[in-house]
Ligand binder design. Structure first.
Ligand code: ATP
Ligand code: MG
Length: 573
């Protein structure tokens, strides 16, 4: 492509709202433009990169036995009523774009396709002989995200690869799941990501087991908890951990109310009370669709709200407002405790709150704290559960080592769904004995457009993006300098022709600009190889060859450069 005709000019300034490198660089290098919040135009360079990522994904899906189809983005409400997810995706989470068509029927733009694919396959499958099946598509998804941000990372319209497997029994589902999991590893490796597979929460999609593929990056929205010793790794929202247990007082002491003005954080409080932090307790008041809940965790811990919601069996959960906290506890925020709350408040506590003799908790009175509190004597033992947030420094759930934390970008997510959709939607088959059984499903998503952003986040420097040949929009950036000179122009044009004839994808900077501008644009766009034809090189049929990630350029005869290009980009010679 000639850059003089190319759409997507580079920008000098970093756009104001771009908080991550990927967001800023993809805008500045002319890969995309924003149309509205979380909605982007994929300009030609990004379009090419997305096509390459999609192609790698496609090849690995097909190699794993999945077959490509394309389902509609426009979906009828009826299917979502059958699965029982309409309310969650519209009224509760509000993530779905839903509206009425001219006939008054409710429709939505698909945020995901479990409903549609189950409808498609239930018409295809009637006997165990029709199983297994596995289909995938690469398609635009729509999600009305609360906080669209970081450009392609969390967009409202984005490209996803979603695959779905259908099996007759657990063993079949397991082997489909493992095949997809291996395909995801191959995809991440082929693209060249520095990534980690983690255990994840099946979430709103549902099902029994789930893994996420996380690209490691400081700006990642997800926190990964992992064990450097045994390899345990999980998304923090799903991770488990153990805490050190301490020797306890031999005897319960009398409970006491202590005045401690303005002591809000657990550290100053523990210091003031002359007790270790692990003896303090945080009591958080939540509003849920099932009423108000007081959740207790050890003072050195935080609440994992996803786990808490699961324990409570509630659909919505948010921290109570200061007004409500005041009304329920009679105190300012920061002094809530389990003793003396109104009876309608349900109390739950994390396991590690238990087994402590003489612990502290808020007294439901501004500036007051109860010490030497003991379950059974001072308050009935509440319902216990596991809902503390796992953190770096906690003990691994699988071995005795300490856990570590990393930030990651979720680029892929796979789920064992079991009969979560096949049962309500009646996707059934007759087994060898003629019994009707629901099909066992799995679903497997990859954020194709998010992967492009994740790559840039992981691979850039102060000058711009550094693409790998696997997903670069073009292999070579051919820079023509001094093109006003007809011999140089001719040499540059000839080089461009030869590269194309050899199947090397080339962006030819034939614009009448200064060398400095061309080189800085080349660094910003970040194609893996830069070739320069100029006054210096033209006479001798040579080119200046430079890899984007290396500092030095070398002068080479064209044929030698071509060999290097082909080998670096994995092209057939
Ligand atoms: P997240 O937790 O990041 O909101 P999710 O768990 O809801 O994502 P899935 O339903 O698992 O997402 O979707 C499969 C994949 O699609 C994700 O792993 C991610 O790569 C991608 N994806 C999801 N939401 C978005 C979005 N808003 N913008 C871009 N890509 C997305
Ligand atoms: Mg996910």
């Amino acid at each position: 492509m000639r850059q003089s005709r190319h759409v997507g000019k580079t920008l000098r300034e970093t756009p104001k709202d771009a908080q991550t490198a990927a967001h800023a660089l993809l805008l500045r290098a002319g890969f995309m433009r924003q149309i509205s919040a979380g909605v982007y135009v994929y300009l030609p360079l990004l379009h090419r990169t997305l096509a390459k990522i999609a192609q790698i994904v496609r090849e690995e899906m097909e190699a794993a036995g999945s077959e490509e189809l394309l389902m509609p983005a426009l979906q009828p409400r009826e299917l979502w009523l059958e699965s029982g997810r309409w309310e969650r995706y519209t009224a509760i989470d509000g993530i779905m774009f839903a509206f009425k068509d001219r006939r008054g029927s409710q429709v939505c733009l698909g945020p995901t396709h479990e409903e549609v694919v189950t409808d498609v396959l239930r018409r295809e499958i009637s006997s165990y002989k029709d199983l297994p099946k596995n289909v995938f598509q690469i398609q635009t998804k729509f999600r009305d995200e609360i906080r669209p941000r970081f450009g392609l990372m969390r967009a409202r319209e984005f490209i996803m690869k979603d695959a779905y497997s259908f099996d007759a029994d657990e063993a079949g589902m397991e082997s489909s799941y493992q095949a997809m999991r291996e395909a995801y590893h191959r995809i991440c490796r082929r693209i060249g990501f520095n990534y980690r597979e983690v255990e994840a929460d099946p979430g709103a999609i549902g099902g029994s087991a789930s893994h996420e593929f996380m690209v490691l990056a400081k700006t990642g929205e997800e926190t990964i908890i992992h064990c450097p010793n045994c390899g345990y790794a999980a998304n923090q929202e799903f991770a488990s951990s153990r805490l050190e247990e301490y020797p306890q007082d031999p005897e319960p002491l009398p409970m006491q109310e202590v005045f401690g003005e303005g002591l809000i954080g657990v550290e100053p409080l523990a210091e003031f009370l002359k007790i270790p932090v692990w003896k303090t307790t945080k009591t958080l008041i939540y509003e849920t669709d099932q009423g108000v809940v007081a959740a207790m965790v050890r003072g050195d811990c935080d609440v994992n709200e996803l786990k808490l919601a699961k324990l409570l069996g509630c659909k919505t959960l948010k921290l109570a407002s200061p007004e409500l906290i005041k009304e329920l506890t009679g105190a300012e925020v920061g002094y809530a405790g389990p003793i003396g709350l109104p009876p309608e408040v349900r109390i739950v506590a994390d396991h590690y709150v238990n087994n402590r003799v003489n612990f502290e908790c808020g007294a439901n009175k501004t500036n007051y704290h109860n010490i030497n509190v003991n379950f059974g004597r001072d308050l009935p033992p509440p319902q216990f559960g596991d809902f503390k947030l796992a953190k770096a420094g906690h003990i691994c759930p699988r071995c005795e080592s300490r856990l570590a934390a990393d930030r990651g970008i979720e680029v892929g997510h796979i789920f064992k769904l079991g009969t979560k959709y096949s049962e309500p939607m009646n996707c059934v088959f007759l087994d060898a004995e003629g019994r009707r059984k629901p099909v066992l499903m799995g679903c497997y998503g990859i954020g194709v457009s998010r992967m492009a952003a994740a790559w840039v986040e992981q691979s850039h420097d102060e000058k711009g993006i550094i693409w790998s040949p696997q997903i670069a929009p073009y292999h070579v950036h051919l820079i023509g300098l001094n093109l006003e000179d007809p011999t140089i122009r001719e040499a540059a044009e000839k080089t461009y022709e030869r590269l194309q004839a050899e199947g090397v994808e080339t962006l030819f900077d034939d614009r009448p600009l200064r060398a400095g501008e061309k080189f800085s644009d080349a660094d910003l766009i970040g194609l893996p190889i830069r070739l320069t034809v100029s006054r210096r090189t033209a006479a001798g049929q040579a080119v200046e060859y430079k890899l984007r990630h290396e500092k030095e350029a070398i002068l080479l005869p064209f044929d030698e450069a071509l060999v290097k290009i082909k080998s670096f980009c994995g092209l057939n010679s």
